[in-house]
Ligand binder design. Structure first.
Ligand code: PRP
Ligand code: URA
Length: 209
């Protein structure tokens, strides 16, 4: 069964509350999303491999730790996932960025794929899927299906806000994928929106309706 890691640091909770507020505009919403993603990055990268390196401080020669260069890939689910890319790329500049284009059909809530592009060495990389919202879980399950079909072996899913229904859906179909979230909300409403949630993440990031 996949692990669910809730990164509910006080700073994350504070920033997420501002994001949830309907009066928060796109500029602040985007900046807060980047800041929270960076803070979540601390947990997401906790098991990253280190190696010994020889360096010389101003005082003495010594052996220290550096990231071993295990290859990472970041995959935003378009559109809203784009809002979480900068936060992780700031922390892991060597990561490659792939893309999966999915939207939810407003009638059926089923995900519809319209684009995908990945690094050529996807099977050697730990792939981190990012999307602010995990609602029914349909988009996340479809994105993981697509990554696996393209050769990905190790995948993490990172969401800002998740509904219990979405977590259960990912665990049902992809029990090997760990899920990192900033908050688990109460439920979905009849339109598949997370309650209390923050509304339509893509629209709030990009200022659309
Ligand atoms: C939102 C969100 C997720 C999806 C979650 O995207 O960013 O991708 O819905 O819902 P689900 O768990 O029920 O699949 P949306 O389809 O609104 O597209 P957008 O990012 O282009 O706005
Ligand atoms: N997608 C969003 O952007 N928000 C929700 O609450 C559910 C799906």
């Amino acid at each position: 069964m996949s692990n669910v890691i809730v990164t509910d640091h006080p700073l994350i909770q504070h920033k997420l509350t501002i994001m949830r507020d309907k009066n928060t505009g796109s500029k602040d919403f985007r900046e807060l999303l980047t800041e929270i993603t960076m803070l979540m990055g601390y947990e997401i990268t906790r098991n990253i491999q280190l190696e010994d390196v020889e360096i010389e401080t101003p005082v003495v020669k010594t052996t220290c730790k550096m990231v071993a260069g295990k290859k990472l890939g970041i995959v935003p689910i378009l559109r809203a996932g784009l809002g979480m890319v900068d936060g992780l790329v700031n922390l892991i500049p060597a990561a490659k960025v792939g893309h999966v284009g999915l939207y939810r059909d407003p009638e059926t809530l089923e995900p519809v794929e319209y684009y995908s592009k990945f690094p050529t060495d996807i099977e050697e990389r730990e792939m981190i899927i990012v999307d602010p919202m995990l609602a029914t879980g349909g988009s996340a399950v479809a994105a993981i299906d697509i990554l696996k079909a393209n050769g990905a072996k190790t995948i993490k899913l990172v969401n800002l806000v998740a509904a219990p229904e979405g977590i259960a859906e990912v665990q049902k179909y992809h029990s090997d994928v760990d899920i990192y979230v900033a908050a688990i909300d109460e439920k979905l409403n009849d339109h598949g929106y997370i309650v209390p949630g923050l509304g339509d993440a893509g629209d709030r990031i990009f200022g659309t309706k």
